[in-house]
Design a protein around this ligand. Structure first.
Ligand code: HEC
Ligand code: HEC
Length: 506
């Protein structure tokens, strides 16, 4: 092909984690609701497809239809009437889109438990019946994430952070609130984040292949508090929970307002559900259904179910989203709009793997021994096959939250982080950092981590705008425009569209 493989930061060979492909139950047809309210008690089909702006997304339960009556993922377990499914909707690729949130507001006049004061409003202290009090959720798809300050270790003890944090701007009022703020009796930092897709979880939880060590930091991996096994450290924007179980406990206490941690039986049922459900885009409104003969092998929910986690995909022999060759135009082939769309997807896939640009000043990428800047590709950072995450713990600071690189985000809080003199500073921003979300640093207390976010999986992107943890990219075009500006990629309009079309089929 004349394209030379471009290596990622990862120099070693990834050892594939061999897992048997699950047996996929036969499809039980449709009948799935577009919006799933808690406690509906309906049966969730083994396979169901949902429309979205780019085409269709398919959700696959590999253990067969799910009886949701009494199932803890689908049942309100706490004080506010929400269930996990409230924010992890099958039709939105197990996240929830801003479009869907707005529709619920209109349909329920703001009474859906989605809008619960605790984190479905800009701050619980605000009058809850006003639209303006829910503007971050309605306009940007963002929920309030509140974490204790100073941060806590896994055993619950407080850790001594490298930095102090002050509130510079507080459009929601929550960080300066007397009950919920940084100076309250229980000091808390409130940041605002998108729900991450609770699906395809084997790819999120499989630790990377060099047993025991984070190849980027040389530090030992964290371990599952229950089993002692190494964990991937890829969950949540800030990696604050280590396993699906501890994540579910955290989600119960915060989002569902459960009085006590979920029971072992509830946790087991939630994790069992999460580890068998797969989702991916399955049809394009222009390019047609992927299941039609000759679809690229990496597309669709079944490919996700069958695929193996932990495979490094940053060279042209094992591309991140596998081969798109079947869609590459051939002499004498069709020339209709569908074929033109598929050709654009192929160009986007090529750009993703081979278009080089100067990646600079990105903490946890330009600091791992490769130099700064380095001329690499999207797949350098997003290198894990099937998801586009990182085979190693993927928190990095690409500038989405820190000034001066973040988009103008006047609706979000702005913090001033001041690092202690004896602390290791942020590698590119020094000891005083202005940020909308300290990200990973809210878990570790390290200056080095301020603004770093664990990258999300790329599956079902079409169904769950807006993007980035802080929702700053309103659609896929805005996401690619961010990269074009941030890394001076100088993309043509056609290249941007090719990237968008490529991302829209994942
Ligand atoms: C009010 C909305 C809401 C509810 C209800 C909710 N979540 Fe979430 N979920 C989120 C948000 C927001 C995040 C991202 C948090 C972050 O990155 O800090 C998330 C993240 C996750 C993730 C991490 C995925 C990844 O890629 O890191 C999983 C798994 C998950 N939720 C499962 C659950 C489960 C299980 C429940 C029920 C016990 C639940 N959620 C209830 C909003 C919600
Ligand atoms: C230096 C590493 C790096 C490079 C290079 C990079 N990304 Fe990212 N990407 C990240 C990180 C970190 C995040 C999470 C950022 C956040 O949420 O604030 C992310 C998030 C994403 C997401 C997920 C958004 C979501 O909300 O689910 C997509 C899609 C994406 N990047 C596409 C791309 C494309 C396309 C390119 C090439 C033009 C690219 N990235 C280049 C590190 C990188």
């Amino acid at each position: 092909m004349g394209l030379s493989p471009i290596g990622g930061w990862w120099m070693g060979a990834a050892l594939a984690v061999a897992l048997a492909a699950p047996v996929v139950a036969a499809s039980s047809g449709t009948g799935a609701p577009d919006w799933w309210s808690p406690g509906e008690g309906k049966r969730m089909p083994a396979e169901a497809s949902y429309d979205n702006p780019y085409g269709k997304l398919t959700v696959l339960n590999t253990t067969g239809p799910i009886e949701t009556a009494g199932h803890p993922f689908f049942t309100p377990l706490g004080a506010n009437g929400r269930a996990c499914v409230t924010c992890h909707q099958p039709s939105d690729g197990m996240s929830v889109s801003a479009a869907h949130i707005q529709a619920r507001w209109l349909e329920t006049k703001g009474k859906d438990p989605l809008f619960a004061a605790v984190d479905g409003s800009n701050c619980p202290a605000l009058p809850q019946d006003k639209r303006a009090s829910h503007s971050l959720l309605l306009d940007h798809g963002l929920f309030r994430i509140f974490v204790p300050w100073p941060p806590k270790n896994a055993d619950g003890s407080s850790l001594n952070p490298d930095f102090s944090i002050e509130v510079v701007r507080d459009p929601t009022g929550c960080n300066t609130d007397k009950t919920y703020g940084l100076k309250s009796a229980n000091p808390m930092v409130s940041v605002f984040r998108r729900p991450r897709p609770a699906v395809n979880t084997k790819y999120l939880t499989t630790p990377d292949s060099i047993a025991g060590f984070n190849a980027k930091t040389g530090m030992p991996f964290a371990r599952d508090p229950e089993t002692g096994a190494f964990v991937s450290q890829e969950l949540m924007a800030d990696g604050r929970t280590l396993t699906l179980k501890t994540q579910a406990v955290d989600a119960g206490l915060s989002h569902l307002e459960t009085a006590a941690p979920l029971s072992p039986a509830q946790l087991n049922a939630i994790v069992a559900f999460e580890t068998q459900v797969y989702a991916a885009q399955s049809a394009s409104s222009i390019g047609g259904a992927f299941a039609a003969t000759g679809a690229p092998p990496g597309l669709g929910a079944l490919a996700m179910a069958k695929g193996r986690p932990g495979i490094l995909g940053n060279d042209l022999k094992t591309p991140v989203f596998q081969s798109f060759e079947v869609w590459r135009p051939k002499p004498g082939g069709p020339t209709d709009a569908g074929a033109a769309f598929r050709a654009s997807v192929v160009r986007g896939a090529d750009l993703y793997m081979t278009k080089t640009f100067w990646i600079r000043d990105s903490a946890h990428l330009n600091t791992v021994g490769l130099g700064n800047p380095i001329k690499r590709t999207c797949s350098t950072c997003h290198n894990a096959q099937m998801t586009g995450m990182d085979v190693a713990p993927g928190w990095m600071d690409i500038g989405t939250n820190n000034l001066p690189t973040a988009d103008p985000l006047a609706h979000l809080p702005l913090f001033k982080v001041t690092c202690r003199k004896d602390a290791y500073p942020h590698p590119f921003l020094g000891r005083v950092i202005y940020t909308h979300d300290p990200g990973r640093a809210l878990t570790t207390g390290k200056c080095d981590d301020v603004g770093s976010i664990t990258m999300q999986q790329f599956r079902g992107l079409a169904a769950r705008a807006p993007y980035f943890a802080n929702g700053s990219a309103k659609d896929l075009m805005a996401l690619i425009v961010y990269y074009d500006r941030r890394y001076e990629m100088k993309l043509t309009d056609q290249e941007k569209q090719d990237f968008v079309n490529f991302m829209s089929v994942l």
